[in-house]
Design a protein around this ligand. Structure first.
Ligand SMILES: Nc1ncnc2c1ncn2[C@@H]1O[C@H](COP(=O)(O)OP(=O)(O)O)[C@@H](O)[C@H]1O
Ligand SMILES: [Mg+2]
Length: 401
């Protein structure tokens, strides 16, 4: 892959001129114009010149200076908003948290080796792990930072843990991981409150993988809003997993399943006591996908270890960061075969690989037999998926205690 620089221009705002984004450029131009006006104002030169110089320097600093990886303009706007807005207490600005890898994350590679152990070594306990968000909560958050912080009780939403596997490239294994993890989480969840929602409307496959057919989210969307009850549209897999299936035909992703419909579904699931909700989405940033991603607590970027797969990981991360979702991201390497090292890309992305699911024919067999590999398989992939389920689905870890 010599000569290919995936990181070129990565994670930077669109630049218009002189390396500046639109807000910074406007600030610099405005500062220069003001300085120019000041120099031509009927003021003594001893006053006008120093003020004009200060104006230009401040404008330039706001344009080009970056503090802790963010433009000084962002910091200034946010501090001003804080000072102007109603507040109590003192102004405390903290840096965006650096996520500490949880033990389960740090040990992901080690566990992958262990994935070749026999089934009796697998247990929910092996998968138990503390939440990934270990850093302290921000007191002031910059624009773009997530408003949700799992370590801060005052900002934690009460309700199900929502998980999305995402990549902009199709065929990376999003549906496979979603259904396998959901099936195992449901098996370990004594309260049977694990739910999978299929929001890939063009190519809904959750039903096929689980061997289920039922009215689903598209039927819910066209039912009368006053009379529809979500329960009537959910079907239950033998693992105890409840599923809101996608349409069997390829459907317009913009209608009838709209972002408000999805938000209603997620709200209903919260109210019904769901513990984990996994949403399978399309490999594109349509409105429904964006709504699912914004609603998610954890987003796992699915990375296939190949040149195009790694390139996709950069593109996907860039899009997710632009949505302000950087603090919810984790990475899952799927179809890992040990031949391509993703660690350079992960360092570059500042990401953590939470699981490495090997290339395994058991997952293809699982698809063709409509039976998740985690439920019956003794394969390496099944072992790693069970471990990973404990990381991303708290009910799985809780059941193990
Ligand atoms: N780890 C794996 N090993 C072998 N086959 C896999 C693995 N992960 C996924 N697959 C297969 O790859 C194909 C695409 O997976 P799928 O989950 O449908 O991708 P996506 O939802 O991202 O489009 C499926 O046939 C699936 O069985
Ligand atoms: Mg899919």
């Amino acid at each position: 892959m010599d000569g290919i620089h995936f990181a070129d221009g990565f994670d930077t705002a669109e630049r218009l001129a002189f390396g500046l984004g639109a807000p910074q450029l406007v600030t610099v131009v405005a500062g220069c114009l003001l300085a120019f006006a000041l120099l031509h104002a009927p003021l003594p030169a001893a006053v006008a010149v120093p003020f004009a110089v200060v104006l230009v320097v401040v404008a330039a600093a706001l344009g080009w200076l970056r503090v802790a990886g963010r433009p000084a303009l962002d910091w200034t706007i946010f501090a001003l908003r804080h000072l102007i807005g109603p507040r109590r207490g003192v102004l405390v600005v903290t840096r965006e948290p650096h996520r500490q890898p949880a033990p389960a994350e740090a040990g992901a590679r080690v566990h992958t080796e262990g994935a070749r152990a026999p089934l009796r070594d697998t247990s929910c306990a092996a998968a138990a792990a503390p939440p990934r968000h270990a850093a302290a909560s921000n007191i002031i958050r910059l624009p773009g930072a997530s408003s949700r912080d799992a370590t801060n009780p005052s900002t934690v939403r009460r309700g199900a843990r929502r998980v999305v596997f995402f990549s902009l490239k199709g065929g990376t294994g999003r549906t496979t991981l979603s259904t396998e993890i959901a099936a195992w989480a449901a098996t370990c969840d004594v309260a049977k409150q694990t739910v999978i929602v299929d929001c890939d409307l063009r190519s809904a496959c959750v039903g096929t993988r689980l061997g289920l057919a039922h009215a689903g989210i598209a039927d819910f969307a066209i039912a009368s809003p006053d009379e529809r009850r979500l329960d009537a549209f959910l079907t239950t897999h033998r693992s105890g997993l409840r599923a809101l299936l996608g349409p069997s035909r390829s459907t317009n992703p913009d209608w009838p399943v709209t972002p408000p419909v999805l938000r209603e579904v997620l709200r209903e699931l919260d109210l019904s006591g769901a513990s984990v909700v996994i949403v399978d989405v399309a490999p594109e940033m349509n409105a429904l996908t964006v709504a699912a991603l914004r609603a998610a607590d954890d987003i796992y970027v699915v990375v296939v270890p190949s040149a195009t797969g790694i390139h996709d990981a950069y593109r996907t991360t860039e899009q997710l960061r632009r949505l302000g979702l950087r603090d919810r991201l984790g990475y899952v390497v799927n179809r890992a075969d040990g031949r391509v090292d993703v660690s350079v890309a992960m360092n570059d992305l500042g990401g953590q690989v939470v699981a490495e699911v090997p290339e395994d024919v058991a997952l293809v067999d699982a698809e063709n037999s409509h039976c998740p590999a985690v439920l019956s398989g003794r394969s390496a992939a099944a072992f790693e998926l069970r471990r990973f389920a404990g990381v991303c689905a708290p009910a799985t870890a809780a059941a193990a205690r």
